[in-house]
Write a protein that binds this ligand. Structure first.
Ligand code: 5PR
Length: 382
């Protein structure tokens, strides 16, 4: 018997690719994910997810697995030169912190349980608008839908020659996963709620920042920000004496971070003229890499993965031309990513997050979005 299912070929086994793959497989597609790395694992330390991506994880059945090792801290606290600016409890906003390895494992499990074929050590070198992909081996394959979810250095994107701009910011960050050491931190600063996310900004006399994010009972995600022009601040492994001199109350966890090689990433935003070309669609960092200020890089990747899967499935079921449906998908969905990109770049350039009270208005439009609500684009009469 021949397989009558629609076929999707996806480049990239990260958060975007695995989410799209799982959604498509659950909607009846035959799906392959090509991951160029020889091992299937997540790079990076910790992550914060908001309503937009958590709704998608609910839909693909990953909620229990995700919640087994993640948390919602009591508040998002912001300090400037160690003076508390705000403690936002984010009432009514759904959010969770976790490690990147945990999120990746959750998605990989969901993908496999949905029948996705995930192939490690398989690099896609390019794609064509007619739905053909080329692998590093020279082998080609054709699909009804091709997804480039292959990251900021995307080969799929580059093979399509879509005009792209790159905006850089002067600041950047290195990230670490370390043990919580809550008792030691409490001994140093007993009045602090060490289960909070705490955004420790130091602007004078020197710009350095530690974003302290508990990821679960045992693991802590530390993001250390400095201007790239500050050679000592942006050095990895970190300059332990420098960081402890500014953030003495974090000494125990900074000592652990200093044992890790780490990598410093300069903030940047990349924007494409369009996210689709024929039967090829780009999602995640390949299409819309952004500064991390609002923690929406993976969130927008996962929301776009879900809405793309729905749009493609509905188009093929209705006999609608897929390239036209993908263009319409981008038109409807892209504004929620654009606003997160623009706002995150603005925060990166201005360091306005140091003032606290950031989770209002435009800054939470994308976080609050529900990409799984079928009525989300309906215009309501006033
Ligand atoms: N939020 C999160 C984060 O990881 C970073 C930022 C904000 C969760 C840094 O990676 O502002 O840079 C930020």
């Amino acid at each position: 018997m021949t397989d009558s299912r629609h076929v999707a070929e996806i480049s990239g086994g990260g958060f975007a690719g695995l989410t799209a793959a799982t959604a498509l497989a659950q909607m009846g597609w035959s799906v392959r994910v090509h991951e160029q790395a020889s091992e299937l694992r997540a790079e990076g330390a910790g992550i914060v997810l908001w309503n937009n991506s958590l709704q998608v994880l609910d839909k693909i059945g990953a909620k229990p697995d995700l919640e087994s090792r993640s948390m919602t801290p009591p508040a998002y606290e912001t300090r400037m030169n160690n003076v508390i600016q705000s403690q936002e409890t984010l009432d009514g906003i759904r959010w969770r912190t976790m490690t990147r390895p945990h999120l990746h494992q959750t998605l990989l499990t969901a993908a496999r349980e949905s029948g996705v074929e995930v192939i490690a050590g398989s690099a896609v070198t390019g794609a064509a608008p007619d739905g053909t992909i080329t692998l590093a081996s020279g082998e080609t394959a054709t699909a009804d839908l091709v997804i480039g979810a292959d990251g900021v250095t995307s080969a799929v994107r580059d093979s399509l020659s879509i005009p792209m701009t790159r905006q850089r910011s002067g600041d950047g960050i290195s990230r670490f996963l370390v043990p919580r050491r809550k008792a030691e931190l409490l001994a140093l600063e007993p009045e602090t709620e060490w289960d909070n996310v705490i955004d420790f900004w130091n602007l004078y006399p020197r710009v350095l920042r530690v974003l302290y994010t508990p990821a679960n009972d045992e693991e802590l995600y530390l993001a250390l920000m400095s201007p790239s022009a500050d050679a000592d601040g942006s050095r990895v492994p970190i300059d332990l004496a420098l960081w402890i001199s500014i953030f003495p109350q974090l000494a125990p966890v900074l000592e652990d971070a200093a044992k890790i090689q780490g990598r410093y990433y300069g903030y940047q935003t990349t924007r494409l003229d369009r996210w689709t070309e024929g039967k090829v669609a780009l999602i995640g960092d390949s299409a819309h890499a952004m500064c991390p200020a609002l923690a929406q890089g993976a969130g927008t990747a996962m929301q776009n993965a879900w809405t793309l899967a729905v749009a493609a499935t509905e188009a093929l079921a209705a006999g609608v031309d897929l390239p036209a449906a993908l263009t319409e998908w981008e038109r409807l969905e892209r504004p929620y990513t654009d606003i997160a990109q623009d706002r995150s770049q603005w925060y990166a350039d201005t360091r306005e997050m140091a003032k606290g009270n950031q989770f209002t208005g435009e800054s939470v439009v994308t976080a609050l979005y529900n990409p799984t609500d079928p009525h989300r684009h309906e215009v309501h009469a006033a």
